[in-house]
Design a protein around this ligand. Structure first.
Ligand code: GLC
Length: 505
């Protein structure tokens, strides 16, 4: 019996040898259910939303029938998106079934299931207190599966993202052998941010019948946390850059999961995120004062001037303009930047930080900007329009992350000719090549988590900025880098194909 109470649906077709070629051909429409807790433009808190809002479209364009499942948060109901109820499902629970309502909408041609129900309605916020969230996202994950059954759409791959969707892969592992609808379905679990593991889900999982076993490879403290359980139970694991896939197998970045990840390394892949070249397009960006391209970016200084003036800085375009567009989080190394810049007061530069987050870091940034008002501005807002002006007018984007699974800012910055200064870690390492005087590279990188190391990298940037021809060549190289989703989508396609092949074997 399936996860939802008794809706009659066709069984998974049993594929055999000759059919293999057919199902792997482009026309066959492999079916993928993609679960995430956020996706642009419906709901965004962090980088996961950009991925879930953009990647499925690129996968769809490969001829894969991919559908996105999202919680139908109260905030989505206030948007103008046209939604339609397409069904109802029941999620089994020891205290009786929990009803789920299934709504449908589309994000740029990608079908979206919006899952509603009491656990999702109980909070106005996307993320709330840990115990509310565990209940909400466990319900969401299982209701998404139940919804497929209820409407009779049978995925071949369940692709879950981050801890919020991990219960779906754990449920699948526990039930698919005894469940006709889900037998033969493969699971993929993608980690966007390893330290966010969710909170104790022991009781909630038991209530929903997610009886996970085989968790011996996990440290005992983690055996009731959703993300570790996802890591242990998914058929395949991925993370969002090749370097981060290696790093999380080490004690420095593994947050206690390193041994499990090492033991599963044959099933762990790093697939670099992309950016949508239509969404991030300096030739057409209406927020810019002047649009530009890698062939002709002379007018870019108009953006810089407009930005300097909007920020209340001297509008002298020869002064290098440094920027950070970020969540204010310990991960992002804001403290390193502030310490580095204090030691660079003899240099000419201006610096803007745009973002919100940790109150302690916000306060530090605020103090810094009040101490040096003519060269530092802290804009404590979530301001997508200003962010675009910064990408299109800033000179150096400073990204000294302590760890960075992928990072999107550096890719967007490069596309807009704003040169990244990055710590060489995770996705930053995989996307930014260090500048070399012979004319190679797309940015400036450094290694140690130390403000002096960052200062040296910034200094190299400031020095090169004086040499306008070399700087323009660097900008041009950065702007020409291809970070489109096509490449990632093909890698996910390979992963799905391998996962299915294994199930069919
Ligand atoms: C998380 C990571 C970031 C990554 C994003 C999307 O926000 O911190 O590095 O780019 O997820 O995968």
């Amino acid at each position: 019996m399936g996860i939802c109470g008794g809706v009659g649906v066709a069984r998974t077709p049993t594929y055999n040898g000759p059919l293999l070629a057919l199902i792997f051909s482009a026309e066959s429409s492999m079916r993928v259910l993609y679960l995430a807790s956020e996706a642009t433009p419906l709901v965004k808190v962090g980088g996961l939303a950009d991925v879930a809002g953009e990647l499925p479209r690129a996968i769809l364009s490969l001829g894969i029938d991919i559908r996105l499942a999202l919680p139908f948060y109260p905030s989505i109901k206030e948007t103008h998106f046209a939604v339609e109820q397409i069904g109802e499902a029941t999620v089994k629970h020891s205290q009786g079934g929990h009803g789920a309502e299934i709504y449908a909408t589309q994000i740029r041609n990608v079908p979206v299931f919006l899952i509603d129900g009491d656990p999702i309605r109980q909070s106005d916020d996307i993320y709330d207190a840990p115990e509310i969230d565990v209940d909400k996202f466990t319900f969401f994950s299982l209701a998404a599966l139940a919804s497929c059954e209820a409407i009779g759409w049978q995925p071949e791959i369940v692709h879950a993202n981050d801890w919020h969707a991990a219960p779906s892969v754990a449920w699948l592992k526990a039930h698919r052998d005894s469940d006709g609808f889900w037998s033969g379905v493969a699971s993929v679990f993608t980690v966007h941010n390893l330290p966010y593991m969710g909170s104790d889900a022991g009781q909630v999982f038991t209530g929903y019948g997610v009886n996970v076993t085989d968790l011996e490879d996990l440290p005992s403290w983690s055996r009731t946390l959703p993300l570790p359980i996802g890591l242990a139970t998914a058929d395949w694991l991925s993370t969002v850059s090749p370097s981060y896939a290696n790093e999380i197998q080490t004690p420095e970045f593994g947050h206690g999961m390193e041994q499990l990840l090492q033991s599963r390394r044959e099933r762990l892949v790093g697939i670099l995120n992309g950016i949508d070249p239509e969404v991030w397009n300096p030739t057409q960006d209406t927020e810019l004062t002047a649009t530009f391209s890698h062939d002709d970016f002379g007018s870019r200084t108009k953006n810089k001037q407009a930005l300097q003036s909007e920020l209340g800085f001297e509008t002298e375009t020869r002064i290098p303009l440094l920027a950070m567009v970020t969540r204010l989080d310990q991960q992002k190394g804001i403290d390193l930047v502030l310490d580095a810049l204090v030691d660079m007061m003899n240099e000419r530069w201006q610096f803007v930080i745009l973002g919100t987050g940790d109150p302690v870091l916000e306060e530090k940034a605020r103090q810094f900007s009040t101490t040096y008002p003519d060269r530092i501005r802290f804009v404590r807002r979530f301001a997508p329009k200003l962010a675009r002006k910064i990408y299109g007018g800033g000179d150096l984007m400073v990204i000294p992350s302590r760890y960075e699974p992928c990072g999107l800012t550096q890719m967007i910055a490069m596309r807009y000719g704003c040169i990244p200064v990055v710590r060489s870690t995770g996705g930053l390492k995989d996307t930014v090549e260090d500048y070399e005087p012979e004319g190679h590279g797309t940015g400036f990188t450094f290694g140690p988590v130390e403000s002096w190391a960052l200062r040296e990298a910034i200094q190299r940037g400031l020095n090169l900025y004086e040499d306008q021809a070399a700087w323009w060549a660097l900008q041009r190289r950065a702007m020409m880098k291809d970070f489109s989703w096509q490449r990632s989508a093909e890698d996910y396609h390979d992963l799905y194909r391998g996962a299915l092949e294994e199930k069919l074997a």
